[in-house]
Design a protein around this ligand. Structure first.
Ligand SMILES: NC(=O)c1ccc[n+]([C@@H]2O[C@H](COP(=O)([O-])OP(=O)(O)OC[C@H]3O[C@@H](n4cnc5c(N)ncnc54)[C@H](O)[C@@H]3O)[C@@H](O)[C@H]2O)c1
Ligand SMILES: N[C@H](C(=O)O)[C@H](O)COP(=O)(O)O
Length: 329
């Protein structure tokens, strides 16, 4: 059997990413997990948490093998400055990006089957002078993907986004017939090919209150969203919408749906995190590689305390393993 080999980045080194990796070092997954992180920083966090771990330097020439309990296979990638749990340092932003680049290149070359990313801090990367909006957009650029689609999933609920990390004032202009067509195509394709769902039923949110109230509360539904949905439905795709987002997330609609497409970040993700925070996953669709992530951020208040829950990290690793083996369903 081919053991999936996953690259695990540390995320923001002063956040809870290192904690989660250390807390899970005793958990055995049916995969080989290769952590891309600063070994010294990881050792310090292990000491701070009081969770003993040992490290084994990753050797690409060795055959794949599942991890041993308590042993972290690592690609030692140095931070620029020493790390204090809970305290951001912009000097270490380039380290965070380095770990992502190593993982992505390894996925593109086939050395890794997938990458799993604990949380990074978007703000501190920007403060270091690098314009950065999120893993989703960064990985799309690195892999030259035309358009990434962010999707979070918890239990039976899957919520994808038509726009990713955008200020609210820019959302309407970003939703064009072209962009929406690409997003829906990617979502439909990946639900079929990554999740094994035949002819997925996708519910599409309106952008405006009450899906625009027939044009009295906004024209985006009439001008942009409806024509795109009609064009796909004419081709046989199973779409419903645009539906008012306030009532779409109720059992009457969700019970028939395989996924919801929200128009912007805070239209869809609060609902998903309300039902699933702590065990949901974030998956980037539309990339030539497999990438999953957690549903939470850097939680600087919890770094080094041992209080961070690893539920979402476990879910992100397990889904990356399933996706590496075939599909999630
Ligand atoms: N996948 C990612 O890289 C990712 C995801 C979300 C947010 N972020 C980034 O994280 C930073 C902080 O974001 P935020 O403060 O909005 O959200 P956050 O998720 O870091 O924190 C929100 C709240 O949830 C708690 N929390 C978070 N993770 C937890 C865990 N594993 N166990 C227990 N409690 C947990 C925190 O203590 C806090 O009270 C921002 O820079 C944001 O952009 C990154
Ligand atoms: N939008 C995500 C969330 O709220 O969970 C998070 O910011 C992570 O996004 P990236 O995977 O693009 O970093």
């Amino acid at each position: 059997m081919n053991i999936p080999r996953l690259a695990i980045t540390s995320g923001e080194p002063s956040g809870i990413g290192p904690d989660l990796i250390i807390q899970l070092a005793d958990t055995l997954f049916p995969a080989e997990l290769i952590v891309i992180a600063d070994k010294k920083m990881m050792q310090q966090r292990s000491d701070q948490l009081g969770i003993p771990v040992s490290f084994s330097d990753y050797d690409a020439s060795l055959p794949r093998a599942e991890n041993n309990k308590g042993v972290i296979k690592i690609i030692d990638t140095p931070c620029t400055e020493p790390v204090s749990a809970g305290i951001l340092n912009k000097e270490n932003a380039s380290y965070v990006l380095d770990t992502l680049t190593i993982a992505t290149k390894g996925c593109l070359s086939g050395e890794f089957d997938a990458m799993v990313t604990p949380p990074l801090h978007k703000g501190i990367i920007n403060e270091s002078g690098v314009a950065f909006t999120g893993h989703t957009e960064f990985l799309a650029e690195l892999t030259q993907a035309e358009l990434p689609v962010m999707m979070l999933a918890a239990d039976d609920l899957r919520v994808a986004l038509a726009t990713t990390h955008l200020p609210l004032k820019d959302v309407s202009a970003a939703i064009t017939k072209e962009s929406l067509t690409k997003v829906i195509s990617i979502l439909n394709h990946d639900l079929i090919h990554k999740f094994g769902i035949k002819n997925p039923h996708i519910l599409i949110c309106g952008l405006n209150p009450h899906a625009g109230e027939d044009g009295h509360l906004g024209m985006e539904e009439i001008d942009t969203i409806q024509p795109v949905i009609k064009s796909f439905k004419d081709q046989g795709m199973n779409l419903s919408g645009p539906l008012p987002a306030d009532t779409l997330f109720t059992p009457k609609y969700l019970d028939t749906a395989d996924a919801v497409l929200a128009m912007f970040h805070d239209q869809g993700l609060p609902v998903l995190k309300h039902v699933g925070f702590g065990h949901a996953i974030n998956i980037t669709l539309g990339l030539p590689i497999i990438r999953t992530s957690v549903d939470h951020g850097t939680a600087l208040d919890l770094a080094g305390t041992g209080k961070a829950s690893s539920g979402s990290m476990v879910a992100a690793i397990n889904s990356a393993i399933l996706l590496s083996n075939e599909t999630l369903s």
